[in-house]
Design a binder for this molecule. Structure first.
Ligand SMILES: *[C@@H]1O[C@H](CO)[C@@H](O)[C@H](O)[C@H]1NC(C)=O
Length: 195
């Protein structure tokens, strides 16, 4: 199966495109949690961005998001950021992989490529788009200005996820121009339930 549509779907859904009636209800008001099984040397979400001026508040409509993020990952300005997203499902007490997994070799290039389908959604709520596009996560201290919005993750009918608890596991690794990975990788999860 061509994985590109999944790439698009997963990224869209994390951001909350409304298409159908099934919903991914996030467990944590903070959205991202620490990984249950982090790879050795990986660090949680706060090593990617500083969230001290960012607020997330859950109510019946979804998660209300507002404030600013500042990038905190200490990597090289020309490093290539590879992102890996996998969805695990709780099956009789064990976390099992699902078919939904995607690897994006050059996150900064693809996320902000205006030719991709997910471009408008990926940065829809960022008001300083150009700066964020140019600097991505490669320049520690970059401010990401987020316009307030309500996050509600509605699943497309095309996504084969049954009801129950899931974890969206997101891993980021930065490679320098020699292909050497930065010792600090990022692992974060979005735990929730399909209802
Ligand atoms: C976010 O940054 C903008 C521009 O610097 C500023 O006006 C605003 O007060 C900041 N918001 C928070 C919650 O820090």
């Amino acid at each position: 199966m061509d994985r590109a549509p999944w790439k698009i779907l997963i990224l869209l859904q994390i951001i909350g495109l409304t298409l159908s009636s099934r919903e991914y209800v996030l467990d944590s008001e903070n959205i991202f949690t620490e990984c249950l099984n982090p790879p050795p040397g990986s660090k949680p979400f706060n090593h990617l961005v500083d969230i001290s001026r960012f607020t997330t508040k859950k109510d019946k409509d979804g998660i209300h998001i507002s404030g600013n993020l500042t990038t905190t990952w200490d990597i090289g300005p020309t490093d290539r950021i590879e992102i890996n997203v996998a969805i695990l499902k709780l099956d009789r007490g064990n976390w099992k992989p699902t078919a939904l997994a995607v690897n994006v070799k050059d996150f900064c290039k693809e996320m902000y490529d205006t030719n991709t389908l997910y471009y408008p959604y990926s940065i829809k709520y960022i008001s300083n788009k150009q700066d964020v596009k140019d600097k991505c996560f490669n320049h520690k201290g970059t401010l990401i200005l987020v316009d307030p919005f309500v996050l509600k993750v509605v699943l497309s009918v095309a996504v084969p996820l049954g009801p129950g608890p899931h974890r969206v596991v997101v891993k980021l690794v930065a490679y320098n121009t020699d292909g050497v990975p930065n010792p600090t990788s990022i692992c974060m999860e979005v735990p929730g339930k399909v209802v």
